[in-house]
Design a protein around this ligand. Structure first.
Ligand code: GLN
Length: 193
């Protein structure tokens, strides 16, 4: 089984680890550069992207993350993790940086405030309906030509899942439902790459 790290400085780490294990991977927490070196792939959970960015800098993980992603490590970002994998963001705080890797513009908090959190069924990667939880979720404003759109929400208007080569991102939290469809898709990606 591939060893998949979960970025564990902030966010809902346990839920992703459990979904990854159900999907057939070995899940480990990543908090230091040495732990990042040891994994085949990485999940960046939901949480708060501004805090993730600051902690990644403080714990000397931001540059190592950029380097591993530049060198082709598969990564999956959910919600705040999607923001972290975006090359460009809208609605960030002053000076907010990302890891980058996916040629897209992501709008933070696009679906509204906390009270506007909602659940919906989305057709993910043509694999049929998947239960998705949106919590102060971003959406993808625009994508470059190398980015594949895997899911849309709000009557097809909003891009909520994308893939560019070894990088996968969703606006929503699949780890909060019993449905491991997205994690299985990612584990398959990691096995193929
Ligand atoms: N709004 C959060 C952010 O900007 C993301 C919310 C989430 O991950 N559930 O980072």
């Amino acid at each position: 089984a591939p060893t998949i790290g979960v970025f564990a400085l902030q966010g809902d780490v346990r839920e992703h680890a459990r979904s990854l294990e159900t999907a057939g991977a070995k899940a480990v927490a990543v908090r230091r550069p040495g732990e990042l070196e040891a994994v085949d792939a990485l999940v960046i959970p939901g949480g708060e992207s501004t805090t993730m960015w600051k902690l990644a800098e403080t714990f000397d993980l931001l540059e190592p993350l950029r380097l591993r992603i530049k060198n082709g490590m598969p990564a999956y970002g959910s919600c705040a993790g999607m923001i972290m994998l975006a090359d460009r963001i809208e609605g960030g705080i002053e000076g907010q940086q990302t890891i980058g890797g996916i040629d897209m513009v992501v709008r933070r908090n696009a679906f509204g405030r906390q009270v506007d959190s909602f659940e919906a069924d989305v057709d993910f990667a043509g694999r049929g309906p998947l239960r998705a939880v949106f919590i102060r979720a971003p959406w993808v404003e625009s994508v470059g030509s190398d980015v594949e759109v895997l899911a849309r929400a709000e009557a097809g208007d909003r891009i909520v899942a994308v893939r560019q080569g070894p990088l996968l991102a969703t606006s929503f939290h699949p780890e909060l439902t019993g449905d491991v469809g997205v994690h299985s898709y990612f584990v398959e990606m990691v096995r193929e790459l």
